[in-house]
Design a protein around this ligand. Structure first.
Ligand code: AMP
Length: 281
């Protein structure tokens, strides 16, 4: 496994491999890797001869400086994990390598970043689009892999790829969960005791919501149920629960207004922000 901190030698390394006809898959991450990230690596390894995992805690996507400061950083452990799953290349630049000049560019994804995560984390998707665009230009992958867990991110990046005509194929990989159903997340490392136990509230709320919607309850009724259910768990607070069209992220008032609705939830366990989602079908 090769490890690069700088862009130029990484590009030279990948150039030689591409000249030799090898296809390249990219898995962008912020590190503190868990089994969910490794499913993305696995998916890339199945489709490509070379898999590049980038590890970069991207400052421009954090709207909360405390969250950025507390974000777990475990590069040594990540390297061991990636070695074990036979990832080919790690790209772990520092801030200066990725942002040598002060960054001025802002990306606006219109409706796609006006709702849910975009509404509660202003500027988040501009930062995501910026760093993912940089990574696509640096690595020039044939395929790139993202988790369904960040579904809105996937919608935003799909738009980025379409509009800027990046020559690559995007893939969304299903959510990997802990035994009790909690969606795996690097931020779970920060959950202590009861916070960790009760963080399951979001998954339980999604399951019940899905069940109730399938039985014909209205989205309005289900929203009230979700708010009440989350209140039953000590230390857990709800930020939003929405049912959206999974393609255009339009928020739905009736499930029949979409061919493929997705249920999205976000909130806090203590001061740790968590998100989760589930397709209706
Ligand atoms: P992050 O390091 O949190 O930015 O995540 C890097 C990539 O891993 C993103 O595409 C995430 O959607 C994906 N990911 C994070 N958690 C999971 C999970 N539990 N299952 C599958 N993919 C995930």
């Amino acid at each position: 496994m090769e490890i690069f901190k700088q862009i130029a030698p990484l590009k030279a390394h990948l150039h030689a491999l591409k000249q030799a006809g090898k296809s390249v898959g990219l898995v962008p991450t912020m590190g503190a890797l868990h089994a969910g990230h490794l499913t993305l690596i696995e998916a890339s390894k199945k489709q490509n001869q070379i898999t590049v995992c980038s590890i970069f805690v991207n400052p421009t996507q954090f709207n909360n400086p405390v969250d950025l400061q507390k974000y777990p950083r475990t590069l040594d452990k990540d390297t061991i994990l990636l070695e074990k799953v036979e990832c080919d290349v790690i790209f772990c630049p520092d801030n200066l390598e990725m942002y040598p000049d002060s960054s001025l560019l802002k990306l606006n994804f219109g409706h796609l970043d006006a709702v849910m995560e975009g509404k509660f984390r202003p500027g988040h998707f501009s930062g995501v689009g910026l760093v993912v665009g940089k990574l696509f230009n640096i690595v020039e992958p044939d395929h790139a892999y993202f988790g369904q867990k960040d579904w809105q991110q996937f919608a935003v990046i799909s738009q980025l790829v379409r509009e800027l005509k990046f020559n690559l194929t995007l893939h969304s990989v299903p959510i990997a969960r802990e035994r009790d159903g909690l969606a795996m997340s690097s931020r779970n490392l920060r959950l202590q005791g009861e916070q960790r136990t009760n963080a399951i509230a979001f998954y339980h709320a999604l399951l019940t919501a899905k069940d109730n919607l399938k039985r014909g309850e209205s989205i309005d009724q289900v929203k009230k149920m979700v708010a009440a259910k989350i209140r039953e768990y000590a230390g857990i607070t709800l930020e939003y629960f929405e049912v959206a069209d999974s393609k255009n992220l339009n928020l739905l008032e009736r499930v029949k207004d979409s061919d493929h609705p997705i249920l999205c939830i976000a909130g806090f366990a203590g001061d740790v922000r968590l998100i989760d989602n589930m397709f209706l079908d």
